[in-house]
Design a binder for this molecule. Structure first.
Ligand code: PFF
Length: 439
């Protein structure tokens, strides 16, 4: 432990910087793009309720575990899990936990950048007056070549931030952009509730209706909870490794999941009034915000500006998340190779760009294969492994030392959750869900 303490590893400059970066990672396309269409496809309010349950019971304890593991070992996810297992007298092969999470995060990044590129294109379209014509956005995001350029541009931005490191890059971007994000979010939501079909949206999101619930609803909600809170993707272990020893992981985790869930619900209140106003089908799927919203923007007063602002908001959210996705893999390679941070960021970002490029040519690949593989298989599996690691592999006393600020009640909940609730529930959800899928 003394060696870990003496490490020269970078640290956050303040608690504010850490919270902004972690909330910036959590709040992303998962909240503004994925949550609305998952809710739409899974029956609205019942999904919302099950989702909130998944956040509290699964994502929160896994988040606490990840921050604690990273903070303890002060290294990337793969190295931290290996180091901590060995320290606990167990096999270094437990680094499999870090490997699965790192692979999941990297895979998410490949297509995340494609969707974020589309978001950038639509923001530009709005500010340039493109929503005035019904198919105006197509001019900005029509051909595959153009789509590739936006994907490329977004990945380059991500790489540039990560290559500048923790303080000069990630912290700076998060502390400036996140406060701006909240301002624009509140402004747009108030506008949408006043001008759109607020009543229909509220009923849809919050009036319980369990008729559409199936086994798939649970696996979808679980995958969405992990996706949205940025767990099971190596990010939070990595961000935890930049925490100083005296930080309060329990209260930070509660703050991060609360902010993330609040943003998802507010995003619902921003988007669904508009969707219902024009009578769009909320279950339109992947393209919900890219097809429904521009149509509305083309008919409403100041629609171009509002539309441009909406997609700019999503762009900010996406950037502070994609940098965390890239950082998780960069931290690992940087530890083990001598290319230096900047070169590592360009190499890994370039590799992710190329895999994502395949998705530009196939929405089925991007939204279907990669999204299902990462969101519904790898993330739940990663969360399962993190829970087993924190609940069974690492002694309870060691976890308690890392979570020393947590109240006895919160720690008892945490430990019971990672030891029993998360492994048993995810284990059965994975088996039943996959069984469902292949039958
Ligand atoms: N949490 C972010 C979002 O909801 O968009 C980014 C993200 C991180 C997505 C990790 C998926 C993931 F596995």
């Amino acid at each position: 432990m003394a060696a870990a303490l003496a490490s020269t590893h970078a640290h956050w400059s303040s608690r504010f910087a850490f919270i902004m970066a972690a909330v910036g990672s959590a709040v992303g396309l998962g909240n503004l793009w994925r949550f609305p269409f998952m809710t739409g496809q899974n029956g609205g309010s019942a999904f919302v309720l099950i989702y909130i349950g998944c956040v509290l019971l699964f994502a929160l304890p896994v988040l606490m575990a990840e921050l604690a593991i990273g903070r303890h070992a002060q290294q990337s996810a793969i190295t931290s899990t290996r180091k901590m297992a060995i320290e606990a007298g167990k096999s270094g092969k437990w680094s499999i936990v870090g490997w699965v999470c790192t692979a999941a995060g990297f895979l998410v990044l490949t297509t995340y950048s494609v969707i974020a590129g589309q978001v950038m294109a639509f923001s530009a379209a709005g500010f340039a007056g493109g929503f005035a014509q019904p198919d105006g956005a197509t001019m900005f995001y029509g051909t595959d070549g153009v789509k590739m350029l936006w994907h490329f541009g977004f990945m380059v931005l991500t790489i540039l931030v990560v290559s500048r490191g923790l303080k000069g890059g990630i912290e700076r971007v998060a502390t400036i952009l996140m406060p701006l994000f909240f301002l624009v979010l509140i402004g747009l939501t108030v506008y949408s509730l006043i001008n759109g079909a607020a009543g229909a949206a509220l009923t849809y999101l919050f009036a319980p209706d369990f008729s559409a619930v199936t086994g798939q609803t649970f696996i979808a909600a679980l995958g969405q909870a992990f996706f949205s809170v940025s767990v099971a993707s190596a990010i939070m272990i990595t961000y935890g490794s930049y925490l100083p020893r005296d930080s309060n992981i329990g209260s930070s985790s509660v703050l991060i999941v609360s902010a993330d869930t609040l943003v998802a619900l507010i995003a619902g209140l921003m988007i669904f009034p508009i969707v219902f106003m024009v009578g769009m089908d909320p279950a339109a799927g992947l393209g919900l915000i890219f097809t429904a919203l521009p149509q509305v923007f083309s008919t409403m007063p100041a629609g171009n500006f509002i539309g441009g602002a909406f997609f700019a908001l999503a762009f900010i959210a996406a950037l502070t998340s994609s940098i965390s996705l890239l950082e998780a893999t960069v931290a690992f390679v940087e530890e083990n190779a001598s290319f230096g941070r900047s070169m590592t960021a360009w190499l890994l970002g370039g590799f992710a760009f190329m895999i994502g490029a395949g998705a530009v040519y196939s929405e089925a690949f991007a939204g279907g294969f990669v999204d299902v593989l990462s969101g519904q298989i790898l993330l739940p599996l990663g969360g399962f492994l993190v829970a087993v690691f924190a609940g069974w592999v690492i002694p309870k006393s060691l976890m308690r030392t890392e979570l020393s600020h947590a109240s006895p009640g919160l720690f008892a909940f945490f430990h019971f959750a990672v030891r029993y609730i998360v492994p048993v529930a995810i284990g059965s959800i994975l088996v039943l869900g996959l069984d469902d899928r292949f039958n």
